[in-house]
Design a protein. Structure first.
Length: 149
């Protein structure tokens, strides 16, 4: 029994280490999986509160968002000022309507992954980045990770 506890704790720590530095597609997938687990255990409202606190949901090169299919931002681990705002028509610096495209992809049952030009959370300058998202099970919402090279 103690071995399984240690194994689960080690796996959780490894997952949270990925949260602190979403630098690769694999790191982003680990962050999304951890977020899905958070939603499953706390519900959308409880998880959104946790995500908005930043902490482990905002790393040195990436952060997590929770968005309804209407475009309403429920959580943003890097900028809570965006919570409650409608981002449906948001476009990246290159003109890509990434929120709309993400919704379309996840509604079709696909993981969404796209390159974006967006404000890097560390430099606060427009930078090349990536946005990966998955539908929240049973909800008209997606969980996404923006991360930068």
């Amino acid at each position: 029994m103690r071995i399984w506890t240690k194994v689960l704790a080690a796996a959780a720590l490894a997952g949270f280490a990925a949260l602190a530095a979403a630098e690769t597609d694999a790191d982003a997938r680990a962050m999304l999986a951890a977020a899905q687990t958070e939603i499953a255990s706390k519900g959308m409202a409880g998880a959104a509160k946790e995500f908005n606190g930043g902490g482990k949901w905002r790393g040195s090169k990436g952060y997590l968002v929770l968005v309804e299919f209407t475009g309403n931002m429920l959580a943003h681990a890097d900028n809570v000022k965006l919570v409650g705002k409608n981002m449906l028509e948001a476009k990246d610096a290159g003109g890509k309507p990434f929120v709309h495209e993400t919704i379309k992809n996840v509604q079709a049952g696909r993981e969404s992954l796209m390159d974006i030009r967006w404000a890097n959370p560390n430099t606060k300058k427009i930078d090349n980045g990536h946005f990966m998202a998955r539908r929240v099970a049973g909800q008209d919402a997606y969980i996404g990770v923006a991360y930068f090279d």
